[in-house]
Structures are given as structure tokens and as C-alpha cells.
Design a binder for this molecule. Structure first.
Ligand code: PMP
Length: 385
């Protein structure tokens, strides 16, 4: 089986597994304990936190370790709303956010908040003029993702940061799909809150962080002990944090540059192969500044379901939209926002996402398998008349 679903999750790097195994055996102590074992665990926590903070140009005390991007997004949105409700009840987001942003927003709407969902164009990008027009003095939060998980489009984060800086609002960004591939600088981009997850960058699952600018004091989302400087209760998962930091260490500037170049090459190769095989397709979010590892294709005339099922049978793991929506056959809210609900793209698109292990041979084999499946299904449809 060939894995081309790295936007859903990635395999753990061998170095990450080695680091975590070592931690689990050696430093099992509770990082809050004051004895030797606790101090050992706490040291690992501190050094790991430093690595993670450096990776986005933040200070160590600006990171809250969480169970992943879902918790980070929930914390950023719900706790900002709780803290700032007296200042205003208006929040701005986009129509194509991940559900871990959209669901807290929907909840806030039931609590009297006014949530503005900015539309996106066919590239999956907002119009800055729309954001400017929507930003009122009552706006307390702007939550706009850095890179989209379904189509790979990239938002103009620097420009958004500048607009929000000159307003009353705080700027939160879900950087889950760009972290580890692009350079992120929370200071240069005026980002107040930022969510990431380790399992998208060959680290372990259920660990991530929320960056919170140190001028902001969010109330704790998880109540209990005094971990994370009273900002997130619960005994820290030290091996997971160490594994997360190891995954980040592996992503040197040279590695990132190499990955970006390889992914761009794979994408070109895939599109060229399908074209050469006379497949009638279009790239979704064509022309957008893209994250790099995500390619979303509209395969004209064949349903997402048929493509996904047959590719699985042929040994290729891809996704129809995002992993979270694929299971329940809900149409993609991202493609609907980009092309409208009547567009055939909504029902005939697949997402391919490359990872560290992807090779040019994998891409060639995938293009061949997809071609066979598409031709067979179109022939079947033609025969049925
Ligand atoms: N945001 C985005 C853009 C994502 O792609 C994901 C993972 N599908 C999440 C948030 C949720 O991350 P986690 O799995 O760490 O909760």
C-alpha cells in the first residue's frame, strides 16, 4: 500500500520513535514532582519547549502544550470569547476553516456572538478588502487559517496580521498544515495566537501547542492542577513533547527547502502524467499560493466515493476532502465555499497529500492506477448509456 494522505496524518520518524522510547524508559517522572525523577522530566519538558518556541520565533513561556491543534483552536477561540465578551461580541473567521475552528464558532453563535464567515475565491483565499470592511471596533478576534488542509491554499497571513494589529482584535491562526514546511514568525507576522499539531510533521498524535503572545492572559481551558503556568491542567506527556521537539529538530531549513522542491516536483509530475494519459481533470484552487504537499483534483465524471474506494482497492491511500468529513460522506464545505454547492467539483474531487516518504515512483504508480480506474468507470458509464 502507498500512503498519499499526509495531510490527514504522517508516520512517525524513526528518530522520533527512538527519542520517545528512551524517554518512556528513562524519564517517567511527573514533571511537577520536586524530587529527582520529577526534575529530570521537567528538564526534558523545558528543553523541548525551547526547541518548539524557537521554531516560530516565540518565547518559551508563550507556548501552552496541548493535546493537539483541535484543543489549541478550541482554547484560542472559546477562551478569547470568554475573556473579551464585555469588549465586544464580534468574531471574524473564514468559510473554509477546519471543524476544530468552525464548531467552536457555531457554539459561540448560540451564546450571542456575531460570527462573520469571510467568503473565499476559487483559489481558496479571502479578499483582504472583505476583512478590512468586516473589522469593526467591537471585533475581538480574527481566526484565519494559514494553509488549508483540503486544497492547500495559503492565506495572506502577513497582510492579515497588519490589518488586525491596527484594530482591537486579536489574530489567531491555525497553522497545522504549514508548520514544518514553511517558516513561521509570529513576531514578524503580528500573530497573537497560533495552533499546531505534532502528528502532521512526523511526530506523535495528541500533542501540539498553542502559542499565546505574552501580553495575553487567557483563562485556562482545562481546569485542575497548575501545569503549564496554570494555563492547561493535567500531567504533561513528556515523551510525546520530547518526540514533538525531535520532529521539529529534524526539519532543518535545508530539509524544508528540499521537501518543498520535491513536493512541487511530484505535483508537476502527477499533473503531467494525467494529462499524457488523457484524463479529463482540473486542479482545485488552481493558481493559489499553495502549501505544497496538498494536491486536490477534480476528476470529471467520476465520483469521489468511487475514486477513493477503487484507489484503496488498488493499494493507494488518498482522501476525499478531509479525513474528518470523508467518513460521513458530507460534501466538502471547502469546495462548496470555493465553487458553490452545485459545482460538480464538490462530488468529484480527491485530495492527494505527499510526505517525507513519498517517492517519484509512488507518484507514477498512482497516476497509472488512477488512470485505469477513471477509464474503466467512464467506459462503464458509457456502456450503461
Ligand atoms: N486544523 C487543521 C487545518 C488540520 O488539518 C487538523 C488535522 N486534520 C486540525 C486542525 C486538527 O488537529 P489535531 O488532529 O491535532 O487535533
Amino acid at each position: 500500500h502507498i500512503y498519499l494522505d499526509n495531510a490527514a496524518t504522517t508516520p512517525m520518524a524513526p528518530e522520533v520513535i527512538a527519542t520517545m522510547t528512551e524517554q518512556m524508559q528513562a524519564d517517567f517522572g511527573n514533571a511537577s514532582s520536586t524530587h529527582y525523577f520529577g526534575r529530570q522530566a521537567h528538564t526534558v519538558l523545558d528543553t523541548s519547549r525551547h526547541t518548539l518556541a524557537q521554531s516560530i520565533h516565540a518565547k518559551d513561556n508563550e507556548l501552552i502544550l496541548t493535546s493537539g491543534a483541535t484543543e489549541s483552536n478550541n482554547t484560542a477561540i472559546l477562551q478569547t470569547a470568554k475573556l473579551r465578551a464585555k469588549e465586544g461580541k464580534r468574531i471574524i473567521t473564514t468559510a473554509i476553516e477546519h471543524h476544530s475552528v468552525l464548531k467552536p464558532m457555531a457554539y459561540l453563535e448560540t451564546q450571542g456572538f456575531d460570527v462573520i464567515y469571510l467568503p473565499v475565491n476559487e483559489q481558496g483565499v479571502i479578499d483582504l478588502a472583505d476583512l478590512k470592511a468586516a473589522l469593526t471596533p467591537e471585533t475581538i478576534l480574527v481566526s484565519i487559517m494559514m494553509g488549508n488542509n483540503e486544497v492547500g491554499s495559503h492565506m495572506p497571513i502577513h497582510e492579515i496580521g497588519e490589518l488586525v494589529r491596527d484594530s482591537n482584535a486579536w489574530f489567531h491562526t491555525d497553522a497545522t498544515q504549514t508548520y514544518g514546511l514553511l517558516d513561521i514568525d509570529v513576531q514578524a507576522d503580528n500573530i497573537d495566537l497560533l495552533a499546531v499539531s505534532a502528528h502532521k510533521i512526523n511526530g506523535p498524535k495528541q500533542i501540539g501547542f498553542l502559542y499565546v503572545n505574552d501580553a495575553i492572559h487567557l483563562p485556562s481551558f482545562v481546569l485542575g492542577g497548575e501545569q503549564e503556568k496554570k494555563r492547561r491542567a493535567g500531567t504533561e506527556n513528556v515523551p510525546a513533547v520530547a518526540g514533538f521537539a525531535k520532529a521539529v529538530e529534524l526539519l532543518t531549513p535545508a530539509v524544508k527547502a528540499d521537501l518543498q522542491a520535491r513536493y512541487a516536483g511530484f505535483k508537476q509530475q502527477l499533473l503531467a502524467d494525467l494529462k499524457a494519459n488523457d484524463i479529463d481533470f482540473a486542479l482545485n484552487a488552481e493558481g493559489a499560493d499553495q502549501v505544497g504537499h496538498v494536491v486536490n483534483l477534480w476528476i470529471k465524471g467520476v465520483s469521489t466515493y468511487v475514486l477513493q474506494m477503487n484507489l484503496d482497492l488498488a493499494g493507494f491511500a488518498i482522501s476525499g476532502g478531509s479525513a474528518c468529513t470523508a467518513g460521513d460522506l458530507e460534501p466538502s464545505h471547502v469546495l462548496i465555499a470555493m465553487y458553490g454547492e452545485d459545482s460538480p467539483r464538490v462530488a468529484e474531487s480527491i485530495r492527494i497529500s505527499f510526505g517525507h516518504e513519498t517517492s517519484s515512483e509512488d507518484v507514477a504508480a498512482f497516476a497509472e492506477a488512477l488512470t485505469k480506474i477513471v477509464k474503466r468507470n467512464l467506459a462503464k458509464q458509457a456502456a450503461k448509456g
